[in-house]
Design a protein around this ligand. Structure first.
Ligand SMILES: Nc1nc(=O)c2c([nH]1)NC[C@@H]1CN(c3ccc(C(=O)N[C@@H](CCC(=O)O)C(=O)O)cc3)C=[N+]21
Length: 287
C-alpha cells in the first residue's frame, strides 16, 4: 500500500505559517490584499472562489471578490484589471479561469501587472520561470503546491524521470518549468498520447492534470513510483475523483495524493502564501 500524500495536513502547516507572517505585517500596519475577479456562473468556479475568499479572511488577508456578469466586455474587464493595477493597497490580482469564450484569456493575462500577478500567468513571469531567473517572481500556485508536497514527502526531483500529463497554462506548463529548474528529466504528454503506459511505466513521478476519469490504472505505473493527481472530476455517481484510479493505483505506487485532500488544498495554501510574499515584496520587506 502506498503512503498517502496528505495535502490537507501540509496546507494547514503552510497556512499557519502564512497567518504568522500576516500578523507580523500587521505590526507595521500592513494588511495584504488580494483581488479575485470571476466572470459568469460556472458552479465549480463559484465554489473555488468562495474557498479562496474564506481562507484569505481566516488568515487575516483582505480579500475582494469582484463577481462580474457573463455579458461583461473584454474592454470593461481590462479596465477593472487596470484599476487594481493602479491601487497601491492591492498586492495580488487573480482572474479565475476559464473565462467566457468572448474574452481572450491570454490577452487578459498580459493586462495584469507582473508585480501583482499572483497566478504567475503573465508571460513575463512565465518567461522568468522558463529561464530559471534568480530572485523572487510569482509562479502558478498549483505547480508550486505540487513541488512543496514532493519536498515534504522527501521525493527527490534531480535526475528523476518525471511524466507530466497535460500541458495547460495553469498546471502542466509552469510545472514543466519548475521541474526543469530542479534538474528532473521531464516528459510532457497529453490525452492524445499514443500508448501512455509506455511512458508512465518508466516514470519515477507521474503528475496527471487532464480532467479525464480513470486515465491511469495501477497496471500503468511502476511499482514504488510517486503519483500526483491534479484531476478534479466528477464520476458517474457525482463523486469528486481525480484522473487516476486510486483504488488500484495505491496498491502499486509508493506515494500517492488523494482527491479530494491532495493538490487542491495546497493550491489555495500557496495562493495565500504568495499573496503575502507579494505584499512583503511591494514593501521591500522580502528577505
Ligand atoms: N486563475 C485561476 N487560478 C487558479 O488557481 C484556478 C483557476 N483560475 N481556475 C480553477 C482552478 C481550480 N482550482 C482549485 C483550487 C482548489 C481546489 C480544492 O481545494 N479542491 C478540494 C476539493 C473541493 C471540493 O470539495 O470540490 C480538494 O481537492 O480537496 C480545487 C481546484 C484553482 N484554479
Amino acid at each position: 500500500m502506498a503512503t498517502l500524500i496528505d495535502g490537507r495536513k501540509l496546507a494547514r502547516k503552510v497556512n499557519q505559517n502564512t497567518r504568522k507572517q500576516v500578523n507580523l505585517l500587521k505590526q507595521h500596519d500592513i494588511i495584504p490584499e488580494l483581488a479575485v475577479i470571476m466572470v459568469g456562473e460556472n458552479p465549480a468556479n463559484l465554489l473555488y472562489v468562495h474557498m479562496k475568499d474564506r481562507m484569505a479572511k481566516r488568515l487575516g488577508i483582505k480579500s475582494i471578490v469582484n463577481h462580474l456578469s457573463d455579458s461583461i466586455t473584454q474592454v470593461q474587464l481590462i479596465q477593472i484589471i487596470h484599476k487594481y493595477n493602479r491601487d497601491p493597497k492591492i498586492n495580488g490580482i487573480l482572474v479565475q479561469s476559464p473565462l467566457p469564450k468572448h474574452i481572450n484569456e491570454q490577452l487578459i493575462d498580459y493586462q495584469i501587472d507582473p508585480k501583482k500577478d499572483v497566478d504567475g500567468f503573465n508571460p513575463v513571469n512565465m518567461g522568468r520561470l522558463f529561464l530559471n531567473e534568480p530572485g523572487f517572481y510569482p509562479v502558478a500556485c498549483t505547480p508550486l503546491g505540487i513541488i512543496r508536497l514532493l519536498k515534504e514527502y522527501r521525493v527527490r526531483l534531480k535526475g528523476q524521470n518525471v511524466v507530466i500529463i497535460g500541458a495547460s497554462q495553469i498546471v502542466g506548463r509552469p510545472l514543466l518549468g519548475l521541474m526543469i529548474n530542479a534538474n528532473a528529466s521531464v516528459t510532457v504528454l497529453n490525452v492524445f498520447t499514443k500508448n501512455l503506459a509506455r511512458y508512465t511505466k518508466s516514470a519515477d513521478i507521474i503528475i496527471s492534470a487532464t480532467g479525464q476519469v480513470n486515465l491511469l490504472n495501477g497496471s500503468d505505473v511502476k511499482p514504488g513510483c510517486t503519483i500526483i493527481d491534479v484531476g478534479e472530476n466528477h464520476d458517474a455517481n457525482g463523486k469528486l475523483v481525480g484522473d487516476v484510479n486510486f483504488a488500484n493505483a495505491e496498491k502499486v505506487a509508493g506515494k500517492i495524493t488523494p482527491v479530494p485532500g491532495g493538490v487542491g488544498p495546497m493550491t489555495i495554501a500557496m495562493l495565500m502564501q504568495q499573496t503575502v510574499k507579494l505584499c512583503k515584496w511591494h514593501h521591500n520587506l522580502l528577505k
